[in-house]
Design a binder for this molecule. Structure first.
Ligand SMILES: NC(=O)C1=CN([C@@H]2O[C@H](COP(=O)(O)OP(=O)(O)OC[C@H]3O[C@@H](n4cnc5c(N)ncnc54)[C@H](O)[C@@H]3O)[C@@H](O)[C@H]2O)C=CC1
Ligand SMILES: O=C(O)[C@@H]1CCC=N1
Length: 268
């Protein structure tokens, strides 16, 4: 397969996680990263990753096979409007923006442009993103081949419908932040029992890594929870308190609030 050249529009946290993951796995994917004006950020990314950078993505657009939009949902209107008059047929446009599905991309890119919506998470940086995606109407086999090469470099993936990517943005895109918040809360709690912050971090981080490894091996959280919960014992008391305070309902509400905001961002 011929080398792939990807232009990133947006040089923030998600862009970096994705191209960092790609560069660790793939030698024949070339990266150019752009933002509007933060030249300091581009300089430091160029030094760290040995990639090309620009503040003028339009000037490189004609050279690339894939454009990956990693800018805020609110920037899409301006970027896609500008792109539509310059993009060549067959150039593949992917967005990772919350709320911006393939039907939105196709409304802007009017010349049967192949498009895809990818919802990854920052674990792309370590090749462990769980990414969901949906394709637009004009995606052909050659684009699927490129897409699979890019997405498999950053972790696991699942193709869904556009509506499902809307509905599950909270789960793959945002829920890592829920989990990190849970971890921070455990650290704060541990720290109240007279250990240092460093010790609290070690206890909680290693516990989470161990639990994730168990989940990876056994893939059955209910069974794993049960193994920890000695009948009538200490864990059961903690879980009861979580249940009395509607922990599962609260998580569901957080998922809904996230998805609502994601959709709202895409509708602007
Ligand atoms: N951070 C995350 O975990 C995830 C983020 N996303 C999506 O990734 C996108 C970027 O999010 P973050 O990296 O978190 O944000 P960020 O704020 O770290 O990065 C945004 C980047 O876009 C650039 N930008 C802003 N307006 C622009 C414009 N008009 N033209 C070109 N570049 C422009 C900024 O300079 C910056 O480099 C968003 O659409 C978000 O929904 C999706 C999944 C997960
Ligand atoms: O917070 C956000 O809007 C983005 C989308 C999913 C994760 N981060």
């Amino acid at each position: 397969m011929k080398d792939i050249h990807i232009l990133f529009i947006g040089a923030g946290r998600m862009a970096e996680a994705i191209f960092s993951g790609i560069l660790q796995k793939e030698k024949d994917i070339h990266i150019t990263v752009s933002n509007e004006k933060d030249v300091q950020r581009l300089k430091s990314l160029k030094e760290q990753y040995e990639i090309n950078t620009t503040t003028d993505w339009l000037s490189v657009l004609h050279e690339v096979d894939v454009v990956l939009l990693a800018c805020p949902p609110s920037a899409h209107d301006e970027v896609l409007t500008k792109m539509n008059t310059h993009i060549r047929s067959n150039q593949f446009v992917i967005t990772v923006a919350a709320g911006i599905g393939p039907s939105t991309l196709e409304r802007y890119l009017t010349d049967k442009t192949p498009v895809a919506w990818l919802m990854p998470n920052t674990a792309a940086d370590v090749g462990k993103s769980m990414s969901i995606y949906a394709f637009g109407k004009h995606v052909k086999n050659e684009h699927v081949v490129h897409f699979n090469k890019i997405v498999s470099a950053i972790g696991a993936s699942e193709q869904l419908s556009e509506q499902q990517v809307h509905d599950l943005t909270a789960i793959t895109g945002s829920a890592p932040a829920f989990l990190y918040h849970f971890i921070e809360s455990l650290e704060d709690s541990a720290h109240t029992y007279g250990i240092t912050k460093k010790q609290a971090r070690k206890l909680v981080t290693e516990m989470i890594i161990g639990s994730a490894a168990m989940l990876d091996k056994h893939r059955d959280p209910m069974k794993l929870r049960d193994q920890v919960t000695s009948p009538g014992g200490a864990t059961a008391a903690g879980l009861s308190l979580l249940a009395e305070n509607q922990f599962a309902t609260l998580i569901n509400k957080a998922v809904q609030a996230t998805n609502e905001r994601a959709k709202q961002q895409g509708n602007k």
